[in-house]
Design a binder for this molecule. Structure first.
Ligand code: 2P0
Length: 326
């Protein structure tokens, strides 16, 4: 057969224990393990088609053909699958990101997880989901976790071969996330640059790694016990410790903007008013609030005192990668 194709969906994820630095930047092996929640509302649909007659890879994003730099990144990613399968055809890749424009969330996690899932299906590769997550990792670290739904640990491993995602059982738990989209513009310092600069120059970095290991152990216990308050407290503290490393970098920097602080204050106010809300913040100004799903509507309403309603987007936990028919 001269065409091998497949269509796959993957959801984004938000880390509660952050990935912030690489011990092996070439193979994307992290300095510590991380843990995330996959989200239902934000996802990428990707079709890949390996074709004998193509003489180079092609990459379309939201219907637009992408420039050479983007195409080259995709080609290097596809090479891992070509090598494993022995299929040397070039491919056409077409991706659509389904992230509300106001959300301002990065999509590399869902993008590389969807492409990895499509490649496994198209090339008929015999890989478990955890094994597949090692390939997703080569595109972007956070994509490792987007292979699975719900709570997911990315176990750092000791080498590129065993750095992979593991699902964490937390079925039937009343959990949701409310995103406050402070700013949807592109950030000035990418996560990749930010984490490398922090690792190289921040005197807090080593402490961050040490503390993060403890946070991971504790949050896993709290998840197993369905102890929402402890999960929220650990996630909030872990995010702030990550951001503290950037303030101590040389030169220092921060992803926070004025409205990030307003959102933090809003969460603190809501908590004082009795809501079960805890925030986390990634390499950007937006604030994500972990809360019981049953309180999401009331929380959205209460946040209306601080932010315009189009900046507030709620979501339930999302599922694993899924093969789409059409
Ligand atoms: C995370 N972030 O755990 C952390 C928290 C941002 C802050 O994973 O260089 O885009 O492609 O592996 O995956 C964003 O980093 O970085 C990220 P690369 P990626 O979600």
């Amino acid at each position: 057969m001269s065409i091998k194709e497949a269509y796959c969906r993957a959801h984004t994820n938000i880390a509660l224990i952050k990935y912030w630095g690489k011990s092996d930047p070439v193979n994307i092996v992290p300095t510590s393990s991380s843990l995330s929640l996959t989200l239902d509302r934000f996802y990428t649909d990707t079709r890949v088609s390996f074709q004998a007659q193509l003489d180079q890879d092609q990459f379309f994003l939201n219907g637009q053909e992408q420039e050479k730099a983007e195409r080259d990144k995709i080609s290097r990613f596809l090479d891992h699958f070509r090598q494993l399968s022995g299929v040397n055809y070039r491919a056409q890749v077409s991706s659509y990101n389904h992230v509300p424009t106001a959300a301002g969330l990065a999509s590399s996690a869902s993008a590389y997880a969807a492409l990895a899932g499509a490649c496994r299906e198209a090339l008929d590769l015999d890989l478990t989901d955890s094994q597949l997550s090692r390939f997703a990792r080569r595109g972007s670290g956070s994509a490792t976790r987007s292979i699975f739904g719900g709570f997911v640990e990315w176990s750092q491993g000791s080498s590129p071969e065993n750095s992979m995602a593991i699902p964490i059982d937390a079925a039937n738990w009343d959990i949701g996330m409310v995103v406050i989209a402070v700013n949807k513009g592109a950030k000035k310092i990418s996560s990749r640059q930010g984490m490398a600069h922090t690792l190289a120059t921040s005197p807090f970095y080593e402490e961050w790694v040490k503390q993060s290991r403890q946070d991971l152990d504790e949050i896993k216990t709290a998840i197993a016990q369905r102890d929402f308050t402890t999960v929220g407290q650990i996630a909030e503290a872990n995010a702030m410790r990550m951001h503290a490393t950037t303030l101590a970098a040389n030169p220092p920097f921060t992803y926070f903007e004025e409205e990030t602080l307003t959102a933090i204050r809003a969460v603190q106010d809501l908590r004082a008013a009795g809501y079960d809300v805890y925030y986390t913040i990634d390499a950007g100004p937006n604030v994500k609030i972990l809360c019981p799903a049953s309180q999401m509507t009331a929380i959205e309403e209460a946040l209306g005192q601080y932010f315009a309603s189009e900046k507030i987007i709620s979501t339930l936990p999302g599922g694993p990668i899924q093969i789409l028919s059409e």
